[in-house]
Design a protein around this ligand. Structure first.
Ligand SMILES: [Zn+2]
Length: 160
């Protein structure tokens, strides 16, 4: 179930995705939030500005959590993200033992939007998080925010 607090955090993810597009990166942003609802860390996609295709925000947050949080705190934390984790990030989330995931738009939607824009496939398959993680509470997509994320992807690829 998506709460008002969830929506607030997801809106920040969309803002971070917007910052990414403005900087020349892909339209993804994510937040790491602790059990009490405090934002611990945030990041955005940085694959083009760094030239490193692994610079996805969810991966950065997983690594940050391992370096800065106790295992019990990680298990009770939530990762919010503008777009559902890719397999790399879902696996990183699982390996460091993070808790719930809430996403604004799904990998399936991203695939449809890229097809709409005539952009060829990704080098990594789009697999739902549930197929990667054995146990995680997962919520998403959120239709009204997904519509905003779609427009960001379109703007990134010159279709807005
Ligand atoms: Zn990823």
């Amino acid at each position: 179930m998506i709460t008002e607090a969830d929506l607030r955090h997801l809106r920040r993810c969309v803002e971070l995705a917007t910052e990414a597009v403005d900087a020349g990166d892909e339209a993804f942003g994510s937040l790491l939030v602790d059990e009490a609802g405090a934002v611990l860390h945030e990041d955005r996609n940085r694959i083009h500005t760094t030239g490193d295709g692994t610079r996805h925000p969810e991966f950065t947050l997983a690594r940050w959590s391992a370096e800065n949080m106790a295992p019990e705190a990680r298990a009770r934390a939530t990762v919010y993200t503008s777009g559902e984790h890719c397999p790399m990030c879902a696996a990183a989330h699982g390996w460091v033992g993070l808790g719930r995931i809430v996403y604004a738009s799904s990998s399936q939607q991203l695939g449809e939007w890229r097809a709409e824009m005539g952009i060829d496939g990704s080098p990594v398959r789009r697999i739902a998080i549930e197929e990667i993680l054995t146990s995680a509470a997962i919520d998403g997509p959120v239709p009204e925010l997904a519509a905003e994320v779609r427009l960001l992807h379109r703007r990134r690829h010159g279709r807005a």
